[in-house]
Design a protein around this ligand. Structure first.
Ligand SMILES: C=C(O[C@@H]1C=C(C(=O)O)C=C[C@H]1O)C(=O)O
Length: 392
């Protein structure tokens, strides 16, 4: 196993070269700090429960003398989930600096022309599901539930995950842009703004996002959307549930924990969000980034509160299995450091088709039509990367 860091020789290891080397099945993770490429698979470790897998991964990294492991957590990490946590020790790891700002000079790649696009469920059914969730919110012990929908896109030719990834890197300078190989040649690819947890030594950070508004090409509308989000009681209520849950999960693990009282605006090229930066100092330096991700996931950003009730309701109201959508994607190294991002704004690529997902938090003050529009806006991250000017 070799780890190659950026070096100044005739072939510097640049983020662009990592992108050029990436092939579907590899692991790719670009952040504001660095770009990681995990090539191939030396070991694949799977288990339903990511917390249990964390210890196995730590032992495996030590045994193999490997620097880091990469992978994905599914949305549903309970026994009834159908996709396991999947951690890969790559054959080779290459690390370069951040992809930005040079990414703006990347040339876009063509993804192909779709021969069919289908919303799952039909948009009207999604509105009905939101309406049913509102009834549950009124009558049950439920404060928030996240409901998602999907878009299935069919192509005449195989979908080049490499092109989708490259276009996502080009378009999304601030977030976590990722690709992870899944069984049967499938690929999870996306660009998420949301950090579930990062750990460096005893320092941990989380940046939960909850509360959304679309960006606009018109600067006045764009600014007005941001202002309206900052002033929206409904979005602040939705965010408060999330902030509380993340703080509550981290509190027993941290000797100190800080978070501003009110969220601030976080931007992606397609969405405005309310975000809170949470920083903590771990009590136990042996708790790895993967273990921390397992402790926090699923947060109310992608599930709801209380967790079990919300997960059960989402399972009943959504006509699909989320798989790795709304799970987590990231890496953990031999020292236990790592970064795990919330696996949203993504698609699962399978040969000639892909399925993209978008969801939104429903609270008592939500409205079905607005929730449908929010998911349409969230699809834009992937639709743009695919060069598709569609509104679903
Ligand atoms: C669930 C998604 O996004 C999450 C839900 C949000 C919301 O409801 O406001 C905001 C950011 C994300 O945490 C998604 O993009 O699919």
């Amino acid at each position: 196993m070799t780890v190659t860091h950026e070096r100044r020789d005739t072939h510097p290891l640049t983020p662009e070269r990592l992108l050029d080397s990436y092939v579907a099945g590899d692991f790719f993770f670009a952040t504001r700090q660095h770009t990681i490429l995990g090539i191939g698979r030396r070991e694949v470790l799977t288990a339903v429960d990511p917390a249990r897998l964390a210890d196995t991964v730590a032992a495996e990294l030590t045994d193999l003398g490997a620097p880091l492991a990469v992978g994905v957590l599914p949305f549903d990490t309970t026994a009834s989930g159908t996709s396991p946590t999947r951690i890969v020790v790559p054959r080779d790891v290459r690390i370069a600096g951040p992809a930005h700002p040079a990414a703006a000079t990347l040339t876009r790649r063509t993804v192909g022309v779709p021969i069919g696009v289908r919303a799952v469920p039909h948009p009207a059914r999604h509105e009905e599901a939101v309406a049913r969730a509102l009834t549950e919110l009124r009558h049950r012990d439920l404060r928030k539930v996240v409901l998602a929908r999907a878009l299935d896109v069919e192509f005449a030719d195989p979908v080049p995950a490499e092109a989708v990834l490259r276009n996502l890197v080009r378009d999304n300078p601030e977030g976590y842009t990722y690709a992870a190989g899944l069984p049967a040649g499938r690929v999870l690819v996306g660009a998420t703004p949301e950090l579930l947890i990062s750990r460096r030594g005893t320092r941990v950070f989380a940046h939960p996002h909850g509360g959304s508004a679309p960006r606009s090409a018109d600067p006045a509308t764009d600014a007005a959307n941001a202002e309206a989000l900052l002033a929206s009681e409904k979005d602040h209520a939705e965010h408060a549930v999330l902030r509380e849950a993340v703080l509550e999960a981290l509190r027993p693990l941290c000797r100190s924990l800080t978070a501003p009282d009110t969220p601030s605006l976080a931007a992606t090229p397609t969405m405005w969000h309310l975000g809170t930066t949470i920083a903590g100092e771990l009590v136990d330096p042996d708790i790895s980034a993967l273990r921390l991700a397992a402790e926090l996931h699923p947060t109310p950003a992608i599930c709801g509160t209380p967790t079990d009730t919300a997960r059960g309701l989402a399972r009943r109201l959504e006509p699909f299995d989320r798989g790795y959508y709304a799970g987590a994607v990231g890496w953990v190294d031999a020292a236990g450091d790592g970064e795990w991002a919330v696996a949203i704004r993504c698609a699962e690529v399978a040969d000639h088709s892909l399925r993209m997902y978008a969801g939104g938090g429903i609270v008592a003050a939500s409205e079905p039509a607005a929730e449908l529009a929010e998911t349409s806006a969230k699809f834009q991250t992937l639709l743009r990367a695919m060069g598709l000017d569609l509104d679903f």
